[in-house]
Design a protein. Structure first.
Lengths: 365, 266
């Protein structure tokens, strides 16, 4: 069953196009993230769903009902905000009770429900504390409990973890997912943090310049980016422009070097393409050890914990490769190396098609 | 254990200087008020008795107090929703309203009252001829800057947008959001504006005198002109009563005590 449907959602702020026609169906109980950089329109889209803003054109449907003109207080949605939004004059438990009080529930009933939800977010002990007596992470947990207390049809989360430190962020996002799965509530999560979006969502919608660039499962978004923007924005990606040199065997020509790429099979000879290779599948060997590889020079090492990131200047581009620390130690900065990747793992994007399909849109929120 | 913070000697000197600046005139007034009105000898409470037994004292102070409450009520009624709306929807109007709020400082009360008497001429007698109508309307203008800047500071100290949207997302309409979420969080600012308004109304003389309303400040002036020592007594009584009124307002404004807070808070 459709939880939320967005139909040709447009929003303009004067001359600025914040949303340039978004279409999206979210199934009931699904967890969908809007991912994109600042100004891509993700928060605008969420605010239109919440009812805090009105679309210039298009419709928002919740559970099949058109709610486009319905004020936010009648949409039956729960929302957690980026800024700390607990009411400073109320204790945690009274914050959680607020929505039920508005719905004129009896004292005992709403108190029981509030305590139950505080238990769900692990804050039963903090019920009588005021927001200023809670840490940022605790405040967002209470905000989540408050949003869930009214048993909303839809839960909206607007970058709820962005003000928290890294450890709490990881902890809380897992908790959000656990609670969402347990309650089976349709959820839209807005974030600019790709790791966050990929780790907790059923599907991720990547937005850029007011449009959805790609929507898919985290694995699809990461493994098969549909546009150069998605390839660049989600994870680290080596992107090299080249031309298809052998559509039969599957190879491209890059800087005069013949690189085998399976995805080049069946394409037009001479077609301009972008080869996409994740750093973890790039292999770097000492010069003279591999055939059919790009010759280059190591320009930097960055220690990332489990791996070391090497930057290698090869031909016209700088390549990024994540290799084990042990192997990286054998290839110090300045050493001559050869870069290669498995032909089956590289993706191709046609530059001719993608550049034609992307209409120029001024940046929005 | 945190070490006790030392107060710098220079701070103590400035504090004493400040206290002396305010307390010496009060002390002098007290000493004068204790002298006998006929013999000028110390010390008697006769001047206080005289004032407290003067029915004019009680009727004028009652009138001023009611006008002050009326002014506070009207100013809050006008300005709380206005400032809320400006902060929420049209923040670019803030400088303009700030500028308008300065007008009562620029226009002297004596000019204001002449203008108001002229503007309101022809209005019903219950308004034009009564302090509860005309004077209150004038005092709302005088209180505008004090109340506006207090409220503006209060609204700036909270995240109006997020609190409003959080409240709405939980199903609350505008009245619930205003009364249950916004007002409790700007209460200190509203109280500060109310104190200032009360103090201004209790002490305003020019408008009341020229509009010929016998309010407390006019009475004080009358006593000052006609009785030497009781004038000091009435000044001190006015001071004490204004402070008592402010404390009463603070007690009413503070409302219920906050719920007990669990221990071990961060």
């Amino acid at each position: 069953m459709a939880g939320v449907e967005l139909r040709q959602l447009h929003r303009r702020f004067g001359e600025v196009v914040a949303l340039a026609g978004i279409d999206l169906d979210i199934t009931s109980g699904e967890f969908v993230s809007f991912l994109g950089p600042s100004g891509c329109g993700k928060t605008t889209a969420l605010r239109l769903v919440a009812g805090f803003d009105q679309p210039t054109a298009g419709q928002v449907l919740i559970e099949g009902k058109d709610v486009t003109g319905v004020p936010p207080n009648r949409r039956d949605i729960g929302m957690v905000f980026q800024a700390y939004s607990l009411f400073p004059n109320m204790t945690a438990v009274r914050n959680v009770e607020f929505g039920l009080r508005v719905r004129k529930q009896g004292h005992d009933e709403r108190r029981n429900r509030a305590v139950e939800l505080l238990e769900l977010v692990g804050l039963a002990d903090a019920a009588d504390r005021y927001p200023h007596q809670l840490s940022g992470g605790m405040q967002q947990r209470v905000a989540l409990a408050r949003a869930l207390a009214i048993e909303p049809r839809l839960l909206l989360l607007d970058e709820p973890l962005s003000a928290l430190d890294a450890k709490v962020r990881v902890q809380l996002r897992e908790e959000i997912r656990r609670i969402q799965t347990r309650l089976g509530i349709t959820t839209i999560y807005v974030t600019h943090d790709q790791e966050e979006a990929l780790s907790i969502s059923d599907r991720v919608a990547v937005l850029s310049q007011g449009r959805i660039e790609q929507i898919g499962t985290p694995a699809e978004i990461y493994g098969a980016p549909a546009t150069p923007f998605v390839a660049e924005f989600v994870g680290t990606m080596n992107r090299v422009e080249s031309t298809v040199s052998d559509p039969d065997a599957g190879a491209v020509d890059y800087d005069g070097v013949h690189l085998p790429v399976d995805a080049a099979r069946g394409r037009t000879r001479g077609e301009r393409v972008m080869v996409l290779v994740r750093p973890e599948i790039v292999s770097v060997e000492a010069a003279g050890t591999a055939d059919g590889a790009l010759a280059g020079e190591v320009v930097s090492h960055t220690f990332l914990g489990s791996v070391t990131r090497l930057r290698v200047l090869a031909g016209r581009s700088e390549w990024t490769a994540d290799i084990s620390g042990e192997r990286a130690a054998a290839l110090p900065v300045g050493s001559h190396v050869q870069v290669s990747f498995p032909a089956a793992s590289a993706k191709l994007l046609s530059l001719e098609a993608s550049s034609a399909s992307r209409a120029a849109t001024p940046g929005g929120r | 254990m945190t070490p006790r913070r030392r107060i710098a000697p220079s701070a103590v000197i400035w504090l004493l200087f400040g206290a002396a600046y305010f307390l010496i005139p009060l002390l002098a007034s007290l000493l004068v008020s204790l002298r006998d009105d006929q013999t000028a000898k110390c010390c008697t409470l006769g001047n206080y008795g005289y004032i407290l037994h003067d029915h004019q004292f009680w009727s004028t102070i009652r009138l001023s107090f009611i006008v002050a409450l009326e002014t506070i009520f009207l100013t809050l009624l006008l300005l709380v929703p206005t400032v809320y709306w400006v902060h929420l929807k049209v923040p670019r109007l803030r400088p303009l309203i700030g500028f308008l709020a300065l007008v009562p400082f620029v226009v002297a009360p004596i000019i204001l009252v002449v203008g108001l008497l002229d503007v309101y001429r022809g209005t019903p007698q219950w308004f034009y001829g009564e302090p509860y109508g005309f004077l209150t309307a004038a005092y709302v203008i005088l209180a505008f800057p004090y109340m506006y800047f207090s409220l503006d500071t209060g609204f700036r100290s909270i995240d109006v947008h997020t609190l409003t949207e959080a409240s709405q997302s939980l199903g609350a309409g505008w009245p619930t959001t205003l009364f249950r979420v916004i007002l409790p969080n700007i209460r200190a600012a509203a109280l500060a504006g109310s104190f200032l308004t009360l103090a201004i109304v209790m002490g305003e003389y020019t408008i009341a005198s020229l509009a010929q309303f016998n309010v407390f400040s006019v009475y004080v002036q009358y006593v000052n002109q006609n009785k030497g020592y009781p004038a000091a007594a009435v000044t001190l009584l006015a001071f004490a009563i204004t402070w008592a009124a402010m404390l009463a307002l603070a007690a009413v404004g503070r409302g219920r005590r906050m719920a007990p807070v669990a221990e071990g808070a961060r």
